[in-house]
Write a protein that binds this ligand. Structure first.
Ligand SMILES: C[S@@+](CC[C@H](N)C(=O)[O-])C[C@H]1O[C@@H](n2cnc3c(N)ncnc32)[C@H](O)[C@@H]1O
Length: 367
């Protein structure tokens, strides 16, 4: 956990494996833990200055009414572990459905784009990515070494990124992997627009649904900016469906999603010296049929005060008052393609599962 806190607060760290070693003078002994297993580590301090001071978004969210918190705070090591458990829940159809689409169409995606630099935003365990890596490996075996593909996984959760990079390096010893620990915004800003090879950025798990309409426009604009003419963007999205299926998926019978939601408070406690009592909050996810989005809340069970010392913040909660911790928008494929096009991302092809639960859209930058 401590390791995670250190890497995140530094901004972007790059774990380079399979490329030439970079000597880095480490300024923080806390990073030793990370270095024990990952040899080549580079910290890009200059990129941290473009983000707001760590925790400002927490203050902003908790002093306003109604209260909210950014979903990125779900993901410390424990949060990432819980998310992996959510992916295996019987009610949580998105992960296995998206995996089945990727399993069926990864070869076709690789054939359309050709060998390229693969950049994954919010890669987590990179489990589903294996379908793409296998497909690209097949086509790169048929081309010259100079055209071999590379993989850049990006995630704010340093622990899971480290584990997945090490695992992938063992599984694909010839693959060049360069992991970036940081936020989507930091990474998109860092990625060189003038890359030598063609690039495909991909964003799976319907994480784009965590942005509201205006935020997703801004996000897609940044994706578009990190690409050049002819590059690709592959987007996995959860589609609109019945309230019952959706609410079951986010209020599972085993209570794993509840633990995941409540873990955000524990994360804030260790990261900002807080005293949230998780027993005083309750998880509930509701489908908002007007806005087509799941809204995940933590409800205060009683009136009480919470302190976050590092942020110099005291927050009052009334009984029944709620914090919005996540929206998860559910999409209509036609509308989404219009939005993508307005950001210069033209649909090449899209795929869904037979029940049309989930969609995968491949777009290309045309201009
Ligand atoms: C819903 S999970 C999806 C993981 C994986 N892509 C999948 O489809 O199963 C979201 C992932 O994005 C990461 N993440 C969340 N917010 C982020 C942010 N603002 N910047 C970078 N990564 C973020 C989390 O740590 C987590 O691994």
């Amino acid at each position: 956990m401590v390791q995670n806190a250190v890497t995140i607060s530094l901004g972007i760290a790059i774990l380079r494996i399979g490329v030439s070693p970079i000597n880095v003078k480490l300024e923080l002994s806390n990073l030793k833990n990370l270095l024990m297993t990952v040899k080549h580590l580079k910290i890009l301090h200059q990129h941290s200055q473009v983000i707001s001071k760590d925790g400002n978004d927490v203050i902003e969210g908790l002093i306003k009414s109604p209260k909210s918190l950014p979903p990125k705070y779900f993901y410390d090591d424990r949060g990432s572990e819980l998310f992996e458990q959510i992916c295996d829940l019987p009610e949580y159809y998105p992960t296995r459905t998206e995996a089945s689409i990727l399993g069926q169409y990864a070869d076709e995606i690789a054939a359309i784009t050709g060998s390229c630099e693969l950049v994954e935003l919010g890669s987590g365990s990179s489990t589903k990515t294996n379908y793409l890596l296998n497909a690209y490996q097949k086509i790169s075996h048929n081309t010259s070494i100079a055209e071999a593909f590379s993989y850049i996984p990006i995630d704010v959760s340093g622990g899971i990124l480290k584990t997945s990079v090490l695992h992938l390096q063992q599984k694909y010893p010839d693959l060049t992997i360069a992991g970036l620990i940081g936020t989507y915004e930091e990474a998109l800003l860092y990625l060189d627009k003038n890359h030598q090879r063609s690039r495909m950025i991909f964003f799976l798990g319907s994480s784009i649904g965590n942005f509201n309409a205006a935020e997703s426009d801004e996000f897609l604009g940044k994706v578009s900016h990190a690409l050049t003419k002819g590059d690709y963007f592959l987007l996995g999205v959860d589609l609109q469906k019945s309230t019952e299926v959706l609410e079951d998926a986010y209020n599972d019978a085993q209570g794993i999603t509840a633990a995941f939601n409540l873990n955000m408070l524990s994360h804030l406690n260790w990261r900002f010296q807080g005293d949230f009592d998780c027993n005083l909050f309750e998880h509930k996810a509701i489908y908002n049929q007007v806005d087509h989005q799941i809204e995940m809340y933590l409800y205060a069970k009683s009136k009480h005060e919470v302190s976050l010392d590092i942020l110099d913040l005291k927050v009052q909660f009334e009984t029944g008052e709620r914090i919005l911790t996540e929206i998860s928008r559910k999409f209509n494929l036609e509308d989404l393609q219009l939005q993508l096009r307005s950001q210069g991302l033209q649909t090449v092809k899209f795929w869904t599962d037979p029940q049309q639960l989930f969609g995968l859209i491949l777009c290309q930058v045309k201009y």
